[in-house]
Write a protein that binds this ligand. Structure first.
Ligand code: PLP
Length: 377
């Protein structure tokens, strides 16, 4: 059996090696390393895939969030509602721009922002909401967009973990996650569902004026060459990464199907176990399983992690410390927040290996090992 990894990028690469190698070589031969054809092709391909009018590629998913917030022209002290139960980038960028992150609690089933908590967190200073489609499950966008409309707020979807996810509205219409809010952002970090071989990110919007601001900010605030209208930054997706992404974008739906099949296998194995809650799949969300995350009942989580590690099965805690309890927010009163669901989940979640290359034998071994530990402890 192949060694089990949280994410197996090597095995995935061996299956697309010829195509990837040729695409990279083509960039090198063209010497168009920055803003080459691979980048424009990729932006167009991703826009079509996501059903977004504009895709602005950038250097990484954190920059994507930063550029999105800069384009909204928020002022220092403006409040932005975000989950605390997320990767730090979501909240860090808010503080970096001298805005105030306001942490709202999540739904214990979906791990995503709870719309009731969001509405409670709104003050006259609130300007934006950042729903995170955590682990690949969509946040409840119908409700969040409703709140945003009611209070005239911008919505930035952090789609770093859910690219390719589909959201179903109550009227039956669907949109890709990242294409619903005012702006969507994503990351092509190698382990993400659409990952390149380095860093990369992108920003989505349907708004033409916003798109030109986003483009300008990502390129030194430049309107035409060497004329800089506003303060921006330098955030580019390079052509070699775009070349890799062009090869992988064609396979994204197949990759998602493989992840969903692995999730089905796990679900069946743990089905109705009294100590294990398997990932919830809301009827509005087509889960793309960036992570397969269990919520443990009366189980020693560290014990399970060590038991699995001894059998060469990795497992991870995403994330061991929620944003509001991080040192970086200590001075601004992070720990004063009461986020019982976030704290409760932080103590109980554990993520199992999840990627496109998991085979039946591996899934069988992982599930059996988890059950063995949980049943005897
Ligand atoms: C990965 C990730 C980011 C940041 O992406 P980078 O490309 O690593 O900067 C932001 N938000 C979430 C939820 C992520 O998972």
């Amino acid at each position: 059996m192949q060694p089990i990894q949280m994410v197996d990028l090597k095995r995935q690469y061996t299956k697309i090696k010829t195509e990837v190698d040729a695409a990279i070589q083509e960039v090198i031969d063209s010497a168009a390393f920055i803003n080459g054809k691979a980048v424009t092709d990729f932006a167009a391909g991703l826009a079509a895939y996501n059903g977004s009018r504009h895709v602005i590629p950038c250097a990484n998913g954190t920059d994507a969030l930063q550029i999105a917030m800069m384009a909204l022209d928020l002022q220092p002290g403006d409040e932005v509602i975000t989950p605390s139960f997320t990767f730090i980038a979501t909240t860090e960028v808010v503080a970096l721009l001298k805005l105030k992150p306001v942490f709202a609690d999540v739904d214990p089933r979906t791990f995503c922002l709870d719309p009731v908590a969001v509405e409670k967190a709104i003050t006259p200073k609130t300007k934006a909401i950042i729903p995170v489609h955590l682990y690949g499950h969509s946040a409840p966008m119908q409700e969040i967009m409703g709140i945003a409309k009611k209070y005239d707020l911008a919505v930035i979807e952090d789609n770093a973990q859910a690219i390719g996810g589909v959201y179903r509205f109550p009227d039956g219409s669907t949109k890709k996650t990242g294409a619903i809010g005012t702006i969507g952002t994503t990351s092509f970090f190698p382990s993400k569902n659409l990952g390149c071989y380095g860093d990369g990110g992108a920003i989505f919007t349907d708004d033409d004026a916003l798109a030109s601001r986003l483009k300008m900010i990502a390129n030194h605030g430049q309107s035409r060459r060497y004329y800089h209208d506003r303060v921006g930054c330098n955030s580019r997706l390079d052509s070699i990464q775009a070349a890799v992404l062009n090869v992988k974008l064609k396979r994204l739906d197949a990759y998602i199907a493989a992840r969903r099949a692995a999730a089905d296998h796990y679900d069946n194995a743990f089905n109705a176990h009294p100590k294990i809650t398997t990932p919830y799949r809301a009827s509005y969300s087509q889960h793309v399983f960036h992570q397969y995350t269990l919520v443990l009942g009366d189980v020693d989580r560290d014990g399970l992690n060590e038991f699995l590690a001894a059998r060469k099965i990795p497992s991870m805690i995403y994330y061991p410390v929620p944003a509001h309890r991080q040192q970086m927010f200590a001075e601004s009163g992070g720990a004063d927040y009461r986020l019982p669901t976030t704290d409760w989940l932080t103590e109980r979640v554990i993520s199992l290996p999840m990627h496109t290359e998991l085979d039946e034998d591996q899934l069988q071994l992982i599930s059996a090992a988890v059950l063995e530990y949980v049943n005897k402890n």
